[in-house]
Design a binder for this molecule. Sequence first.
Ligand code: OGA
Ligand code: MN
Length: 295
Amino acid sequence: MAVTIKQVGPCFAGEVDGIDMAKPMTAGEVAAIHAGMDKYAVLVFRNQQHITDEQQLAFTQSLGDIEHAIGTSLRAANEARLPTTFADVSNLDKNDKPYARDDRRRLFAIGNRLWHSDSSFKAIPAKYSLLRAVSIPSKGGNTQFADMRAAYDALDEETKEEVQDMVCEHSQMFSRQIIGFYDFTDEERERFRPVRQCMVRTHPVTGRKSLYLSSHAGGIVGWPMPEARGYLRDLIEHATQREFVYTHKWRIGDLVMWDNRQTMHRARPFPADEPRDMRRTTLAGDGPTAMQIAA
Ligand code: OGA
Ligand code: MN
């Protein structure tokens, strides 16, 4: 069956038809998916409820090298529900029970409700993320995506010049500070040390520029902190206007794939006592976006 894609978002995001992730991908299908990602930046695959975790992983690996989820959450290794080939984006403990409302691991994960790009807090940030809905709450829990290419295009010339060579510092501690979560251990402070990222990225295939924004960004190199925070806040506000946003309403068996280099996303709230089982595989990025400084 031929792969077809129809646009579902305001200026991006496509829904794909003709892919069954339970089967190995042909070279033609892989090429069609990459071309779709270059164009739409977010792709929605419906009706994949029959696939296993192993098939999600195999599908992901047919597109490139994966990024492992190690040391990025507050879940200890012996509390893991999934292997490190997956980021566990659920609200569930090892026994598939929702975390208590005040559980530290749940509160940290609420940071996903801020606009962000996955792994922007790593020196080599993520390329694509692939998120599959295994179970969903009775209400809420949508995921929103914002097109950072359209957001860049809509900047005035003066701002385009101002951001062109800007470098930001990103850390999961910065995003958590925004939601009032400060109680990091010394080990976590060390693990979440800030990394540097360029503010403007150019897509290697299409040549389109995009804003590389994320709530993990908490400083601009060479700027006083309060001024940087205000500037980043304004830019995120600009970049997430309704005309740039696609809202995904999940059905069980949906898999949504997004390009972290060209988009931001955020989770929307849902009832704390209901399970929401979301499993993410992640494709590794090609390299750093900015030079890192020694600690
Ligand atoms: C993620 C993420 C949002 C959601 O998987 O990286 O931010 O709605 N998910 O769960
Ligand atoms: Mn995310």
